[in-house]
Write a protein of this length. Sequence first.
Length: 996
Amino acid sequence: MLAHSYEEMDAELPSKLIEELNGLSLYIGAFSNLPHHIIGAFSMQHHGKVCQIVYAHQYINLIGENLTNVSLFEEHCDNLLCSLISLAATKYSKVRPSEALSSGIYLCPCIKEMWTLLIQLLDHKGKGSSTESFWTLLNTLLRHLLQRSGGTGEHPICTMVQCKDPLGFCWWLISHLSSLYLLDRNGITEEKVEKTSNWKFVEDLLKKSSDTQHGILEDQLRMQLQCCLSLCDIWEPNLTVVTILWEYYSNNLNCLFNISWLGLKSLASVSKTPLSMLEVVKNCCADEQSPDLYKSDNSYLIFLRIMARLMKKAKCSVGAHPWKQIKGRIYSKFHQRKMQQLTEVGLQNFFTLFLLLANLAETEDVTSRILDLLNFLVPSKLSSAQQTLVWRGNFAFILIYVEKNMDISVLAEKISHSFRETAKEFLVSKGDYGQKHTHWNLLSTYVDGVEEVFETSCRLDLSEEKLLNDGFSMLLPACRESELSAVIHLLQTAIARLRNIHSRSVQGHGNAGIHAAKERHLAVASALWRNFFPFLKSLRLSQTPPSQLADTAAGYTLLALDVPSSALPDLQPQPFVSMMQLFGWDDMVAPQLVSRYLSHLIPNSALTEVLNGIGYSSHQALSIRAWIRCVLQMYIDLPVGAIIKTGTEPSSVLAEQLVEFTRLVFKLPEAKHILTKAQIEHTSYKQDPRQALLQFIKAAGTTYGGLQTLSEKSKMVSKCQEYIGDILKYVKPYLTKRGPVEGLQICYRTMGKCCCWGLSIISRHSQAQGAYIKQQLKMIIQQYFGRFLPSAAPVSGSHPVLLALCESVQSTYTTNLRRIVMEVIRDDYLQFKAHAPPPRLATILSFIVDVFQRTMVIDLADVDSLLPSILKCLVLVSDTQVKKLSTNALQHMVERCQAVPQGETAARVAANLRQFIQGNILMYDHQIFSILETLAVLDQSLVGSLIPTISQSLKEAEHKCGLGRNASSREAYRRLLSHLGEHGQDELWTLENERC
C-alpha cells in the first residue's frame, strides 16, 4: 500500500521543528544572556495566575513518539532549563531568607508558563520513551550546581548560574516548582491531580543542610526547613526526612537555634506555664502554616512541624505504622548520659519533642518512656530552672491526658509526691530566704499547673484530687502575702470549676456514669476541705485578712451547700450555716471580710431557700446585725490621729463594699418591710452607709410605733435586739482609743439615734410593766446624760433624748418618758449642795429650755420637778448664762400656763411660787421681788394671786428679825405692787395705813 506523500512529511515534522527551534535559540542566545534592561522589564502582574496551555497540547502530541532527533531535543531542553534556572538564580540573589516562600521564582507570567510547559512536556515525553523526566533533568543540573562549590564539574550551568548560596537556592527552587504539579493540563489548580514528588533529591539536600561540617547557619536552616515543610504539604509522606533531620537535632538539643540579627524574637524562650508549653506543641501539629513562621519558630520547631505533618499524613494512609518506624530511632538517642547532659534549653526541646509524640502517637507509651528517662536525672545536680522545667513538663503531659479524657493518677501521684516534699522543705526553711525563693519557684509551678488542670478538665473525674494533697497544708502557713495570693487563686478556681461541673452533672439525671462522676467530685471536694480550709479558717480573725479570703470563704459556703457531705466533721450537720456563722455572723471577724463575704451570699436565692427550708428564720436578722457592725466599725483600723476630710471614706475598697452591702441588706424581706412601713425613701441613704444606718434605726422605731397588739410589739422588740446585737462592744474600740474623730462621730450619732428611738419604744410599753421599765429607763437616761451630754451649753439640736421627747407630742407614751427624764434631771443635775450649784448646770438648763421650746407644752410634772430648782438657780447663782437660761425656762413655763388659763398646771405653778416665797423671803427678799416683777410682766394675774402670801411672808420675816419694818424690803415690795394693777394698789394702800 502506497503511503500518502504527506505522511512522510508529518513524521519528520517534530524533528524539523526541533532543528528550527535549536537554530533560533543559537541565533538569539539563552534567556539568561538577554540584556538586563529586558530582563528587568519582566514582571508578575497577577501572581499565581497561569494562562491556559491548551495550545501546547498539539505540539506535545506531535513530538510524542515521532521525534527522531532525540539528542537534539534533550540538548535543547537542557539549555532551556539552564536559562530558566539562571533567571531564577538572578531573582534569588535579592530574596531574603524570611521571604523565601512568599517570593516566587518567576520574573513574569511568561516565565511561569514556560516552566509549566516544560514540566508537562518532559513528563509526558518520559512516559513513552527513555527521555528523562522533569525532576530527573532538574536534579542533574542542580547537582552540578551544588558540586561546583566543591570544586568539581565543568557543566555549562556552573558558568551560567551565579549563586552564592546554591543549597538554599535549590531548596527555594524546588519548593516553588513543586506547586506547579498542582496544575492540570489546562493550567488550572487541581488538588486531586497526580503529583510527582522529588523526595530522593530532597533527602540529599537535607543531608547537606544538616551536615555540621558545612556550617549551616540558623537563618539558612530555617528557610530550608520551611521549604521542606511546604513540600510535605504537597507530596506523599516520607518518614526518611524525619530520620535525617533527627540525626542532626538529636545531637544539638542544647542549642539555642537563635538568629542574632532578629534580636529578641530570635531568643530561645522557655515556656512559662504547662499550658503555653502544650500550645507550642499544638501549633506544631496544626495544619495551618503561619506566614511569619521564619521569625516565630526556630529551626527545631519547624523540624517538629515537619515530623507532625508527615506522621499525620502517613497515619491517614497506612495507620499506626509510621510511629513504629521512627519510635526506635527517637528513643535510642536518649540514655542516662544524654539526659544528664541536657541544659535548660535542652530539656525544653526534649519535652517539646515528647509532648508532640504523645499528642500524635501512643500517648501512654510515650508518657511511660519519658517517665523512665526523667528518672535518669539527679535532682541534686539540676539547677532551679531545670527542676522547674521538669515539673512544668510533667504538667504538660497531664494536660494531654486531661484533653484526651485519660486518668491522670499515675502522673499526678508522681508530681504530687515531689510537691509534698518541697512544701515540707519550704515550711522548715523559714529563715533562709534564698532557699525559700528557690523552693517557691518550684511550688509556684505546681500551683500554676494544678490551676491549669482544673481549668482544662471538662468533668473533673480523672483523679484530679490526687493533685490536692496535704502538701498544701504545709505550704499555706509558710506563704507570704504574694505567695498566698497565688495559692488562694488556685483554690478559688478549683472550687468554682468543681461547683460548675457538679451542678451540670446533677442536672443530667439518668446519664451513664453520673454516679461515678459524683463520687469523683466528692473526692475533689473532700481534698479541698481537708488540705486548704483549716488554714483559711485560722485567718478569719486576722485584723488584716487577705483580700481574697472573703471570696474563697463564700465559695466554700456554696460548695458546702452543693456537696454538704464533703465538709469537715466540725462543720456538720449543716456546714453552710456553720460557714456563715464563722465568716459572716461572728462579731470578731473584720468588717472588710464580713461585708465582702455576705455580699456574695445574700443575693444567692438557692442558699436563701435552703435556710428558709430548714427553718433557720434568724438568718436575715443576723445579716442585718453584721451590716450594722460593719458600718459602725468602718473606721476601726484608722490611727487615732488620722485626719480625714469630711465626707471621705477610710478606704475606697471598703467604702464600695459597704455601699453594695447596704444595697443588698435593704433588699432582704425583713429590712424591706421595715423601710416600707416607715416610708423611708432609698434616695436618702443610697450612697452613704452611715446615713442608711441612721435611717434604718429610725424606720425600726417608726414601725414599732404603728404596731397595735402586744404580741406584735414583743416580736418587734426581739427583732430589734437581734439587729442591734452587742452594740456597746462594737463601738468600744473608739471609746477606748478616743478616736479617730470620724469613728467617734458615727458612734455618737448611732448611739444617739438608738437612744432616741429606743426611749420611744420603751416608753410605749404597758404600765403593768412600769416598775422595772421605769427603773431601766432611768438608768439609760442617767448613763446617757452622764456620758454624752455636752460639757457646755448650748445642747446640740440632734441630742437623742431631746429628739425622743419631741416625737409625737400629743402621745401619752411621750408624756411618760418626759416625766421620767425630768425626774432624772431634778434628782441628778439640779440638786444644790448647801448654796453650791450642781455641775454642768448651764447645759442642763439649756436642755430644759430646748424641750420647752420644741414641745410648746408644759406638763404638770414639769412644774413640780423643775420650777423649785429653776427659782433656786435665779436666787443662788450669779452666773449670767445660768440666770438667762433660768429666766427663759421660767418664762416658757408661765407662757405655756397662760395657754390653759384655768388648768391644773397654772394652779401648781402658783402653789410652787407660794412655797418658794415662804421659804426664802427672809434671806433673799430682793431677789424674790425681782423675780416676781419679771413674772408680773408675763402674767399679772398669777403674781396678783400671790399678794396675800407675799404680804404675810414679809410680815413674818420682819417679826422673826425683831427689828420692826424692813424699809428696803417694803420699798421693793411697793415697786412690785405698782405693777399689779388694782389688786396691787389696794394692797399698797393697806400697807401704808396699817399701824406698827
